[in-house]
Design a protein around this ligand. Structure first.
Ligand SMILES: Cc1cc2nc3c(=O)[nH]c(=O)nc-3n(C[C@H](O)[C@H](O)[C@H](O)COP(=O)(O)OP(=O)(O)OC[C@H]3O[C@@H](n4cnc5c(N)ncnc54)[C@H](O)[C@@H]3O)c2cc1C
Length: 474
């Protein structure tokens, strides 16, 4: 069964022989055209069918990236950066073939400046590897998409995760990048100072650009002191409305929760089955509090009271590190738990983000739509930011399933945009969310983005056909 990815494909052509010879001469075995390797690089975690590149270059240094870029520019061959392949919206599909530039071997931690609370790493370092390297410093890096993604990929998708309500997203936490531009220049976007007013903010232009403006080879991020005290709590609610009302009041009162995650009853059921938990199968909130022992106790008491006012039940604590870890590990596996709701199906995942005051209406309307559909589904979200995900399972042999899932997605996104929200809070545009950019930004803003793309990549070799349909960016 072909899901629409093929509809985006344009002008795939064979790699020029001289280009293949030049890459082979430069990279030897680190350049491969083997089918299995190309197949592994032409897919992500989305429901879209894979579209493999024609070859893969495994870069080990910024200069490797530069060499590959210059050759791709010379021969006008598409080049698609690859981190860990965990993106969810078809970001990596090689619509026009070309080269996948894999940075996963660029794994050096270049500097940890504990006194400045910053670290500089190569783009292939994953968030877990960075935190492992920080273990004895008393510092940590908080951004945690469910997958163990690369810092380059997380920058490129402007990722966030469960901690964003307290620590922000990659937008707030990337201080500077080293980038290879489409014409092969190596650019550093900013110094290491915690703030700067010196010119256009190039860092933030590349953050979220999904490999369409340049290839990131180094990332400098902010670090945070490990909190002196951490505690987690869970609380059940009879209804989604009550759980969401509790979150909204918590945020509006300015209680600095570190994490607050919403799981609908279907998601709790899936987690119980997948991670052998015994959580009560009703809408559930998971909280985490960071601070001094006194501030953590105070925040938790305030939230417990708010939860009680909204009919929250079984407010229970997980203060032991093992219990907390088990809870959050299970939460991070929600995607895989969800897939098990009906083995043999594929998942359409989507994420929207709305202003916090619109969250209740957004989630409850969506919940009602999901209940009315026969497709297995669940909602899970970083609701403290107004951001939530919907997963819908479709039978790959039943085209009507795809149509129904896509139609629910379209309505969900349209409602979010009408509420002054966005078609994606953290997963990015890739292919699957392209259709909503006009509605969200309007023609003039979109045109400015296209002009930016043209200025950075006039020959459209960088991840072509993503964010904008191919014809518009040429
Ligand atoms: C189970 C699961 C849970 C997830 N949960 C979250 C979540 O909570 N929050 C969230 O934000 N995301 C989440 N994601 C999505 C995903 O993890 C993020 O989008 C992540 O940031 C992608 O990083 P990556 O290294 O896998 O990048 P890839 O998937 O390899 O690439 C993603 C995009 O970035 C570009 N890119 C990659 N590396 C570079 C580079 N060095 N320079 C320029 N461009 C580059 C690629 O060309 C592509 O367009 C989840 C995914 C899964 C599978």
């Amino acid at each position: 069964m072909n899901h629409p990815a093929a509809a985006f494909a344009t002008q795939k052509r064979a790699l020029p022989e001289a280009f293949v010879a030049a890459l082979t001469a430069c990279f030897g075995e680190r350049f491969s055209m083997a089918g299995a390797i190309c197949d592994a690089h032409g897919k992500d975690e989305s429901m879209l069918d894979p579209m493999p590149p024609d070859g893969v270059v495994f870069a080990e240094t910024t200069e490797d990236v530069q060499t590959a870029m210059l050759l791709c520019q010379q021969y006008r061959v598409p080049i698609i950066a690859y981190g860990t392949g965990s993106s969810l919206e078809g970001h990596l599909l090689a619509l026009d073939g070309g080269i996948s530039l894999d940075v996963s071997r660029m794994t050096r931690i270049l500097a940890i400046h504990a006194e400045d609370l910053t670290a500089t790493v190569e783009a292939g370092v994953t968030r877990e590897a960075l935190n492992a390297a920080l273990k004895d410093t008393g510092l940590f890096f908080p951004i945690d998409p469910g997958a163990d993604a690369s810092l380059g990929g997380m920058s490129a998708t402007r990722a966030s995760g469960t901690n964003a309500v307290r620590y922000g997203t990659m937008r707030e936490n990337v201080l500077s990048l080293k980038v290879v531009t489409a014409d092969g220049k190596i650019v550093r976007t900013a110094r290491r100072a915690r703030k700067s007013s010196a010119g256009y903010d190039l860092t933030r232009i590349f953050v979220g650009s999904e490999g369409t403006l340049g290839i990131i080879t180094e990332v400098t991020v902010r670090l945070y002191p490990q909190p002196e005290a951490i505690s987690a709590a869970i609380c059940n609610f009879d209804t989604t409305e009550a759980a969401v009302a509790c979150v909204i009041q918590t945020i509006q009162l300015g209680i600095p929760v570190a994490r607050v995650e919403f799981l609908d009853a279907a998601c709790v059921r899936a987690l119980n089955a997948h991670s052998h938990m015994d959580l009560r199968e009703t809408p559930l909130l998971l909280f985490e509090f960071h601070g001094t022992p006194a501030s953590v106790a105070e925040q938790a008491a305030q939230v417990q009271e708010i939860a009680r006012d909204h009919g929250g039940q079984d407010f229970s604590w997980a203060t032991a590190k093992e219990d907390r870890t088990r809870l959050w590990k299970a939460r991070h596996k929600a995607y895989f738990a969800g897939l098990q709701m009906k083995p043999g199906t594929r998942a359409l995942t989507t994420d929207v983000c709305v202003p916090i005051s619109a969250l209740a209406e957004s989630i409850t309307t969506t919940s009602a739509e999901l209940r009315a559909s026969k497709l297995p589904s669940m909602i899970v979200g970083h609701v403290g930011d107004g951001n939530y995900h919907v997963m819908l399972l479709v039978d790959p042999n039943v085209p009507a399933d795809y149509e129904e899932a896509e139609s629910i997605n379209r309505r969900l996104v349209s409602r979010a945009i009408q509420m002054d929200g966005t078609c994606t809070g953290e997963h990015g545009v890739g292919l699957h969310k392209m259709q909503f950019l006009l509605e969200e930004h309007g023609e003039d803003a979109l045109d400015l983005m296209r002009q930016l793309k043209n200025a950075f990549d006039p020959n459209n070799i960088l991840n072509p056909g993503k964010i904008f349909p191919a014809a518009s960016s040429a």
